[in-house]
Write a protein that binds this ligand. Sequence first.
Ligand code: ISC
Length: 387
Amino acid sequence: MPAAVMTAGAAAVAAGPALAFLGAGGTLVGHGVAALLPRGPAATLGARAAAFLREAGANAVLAGALPFAPDADDFLVQPRRLAPAAPEAAPVAAPMRWRLRHQPDAAGYAAAVRKALHIMDAEAGQPGGLAKIVLARSLLATADRAIDPMALLRRLATDPAATGFLVPLPAAEGGAARWLAGATPELLVEKRGARIRSHPLAGSAARQADAAADAAAASALSRSDKDRREHAIVADCILDTLAPFCRSLSAPQGTTLMRTHSMWHLGTAIEGELKDPDLSAAALAALLHPTPAVCGLPRARAARLIGEIEPMDRGFYAGAVGWCDAAGDGAWHVAIRCAEISGASARLYAGAGIVPGSDPVAEAAETGAKYGALLAALGIALDESRA
Ligand SMILES: C=C(O[C@H]1C=CC=C(C(=O)O)[C@@H]1O)C(=O)O
């Protein structure tokens, strides 16, 4: 993230910042929308962003979201004004009442995992056979009054291991403003000059309230062969994709445990130096997306099956959110632990990586736990959401 803090807002929003990234790597907040980047697929993002930023001037920034489907149109805006302060703390609001609808529920999700495992089993050892697939589900939460996206962001940003983000999305049918809000712990790629970083995550365990149980969950995750295989597919894919563009590339600490407020993960911190420092953060993000942390291996086969098996459209969930500047620097995060917000409704999403050996019931529970960050920020009790 840039050293400067910037503050932006989408045209549809009456007041207050409308675009923000709040994380340990820095803060980016913007008010107002000066322009929309002509929309297009991931393959043309690098060229579109470079052309736009050349015209817009040395201080211009583009920020926004790439959808999960790389051939669908992205949504990036140039904020009108950058402000030197993060948004103020939210006043305490009265609790909201919620109606919840799962799509699918835990049993339906476990059935989808069984279907994927069956396909993997049938294709085991075949060239091009399915080795990993990330299956997601969704939870539609409807409140008794409109959700305040900025207040939600402030609550999402309280986890130091995650980047809280709020980005505008194309308006909903009927013209209502729409946002993607989340607390993502996963860095797709950051670029400053020739230096790049990525921090893929895959392999998860829910945090436990009891300290001994929490430590046991972390220890079991670090020893789990299934989770290590699930993770290695992601880290290897990122290393293989970046290697041809890098003078040096390594993961000095190897695979380690990291924790958010609600989840433990296996993570691999990757760092490198680009051969061509002009290769932009946006171009790198488009190159990497979607990684096997959200899609699978082989990528095209997994993406097709996701479309067939999942009952909902992912939209911008499991895409990427981030920013890039006129120098080509920027940071892009994997759009997970997030919800699409519009009026009084929040559509939460959560997915889990499936490999041979995955337990369908445990994977369903894992997706339930991954709703945790959004549920806490919305003020919905985890128990209320169980299904
Ligand atoms: C797809 C999600 O998480 C990914 C990132 C970290 C760990 C994951 C896992 O263990 O399955 C997922 O690959 C999600 O949170 O919706």
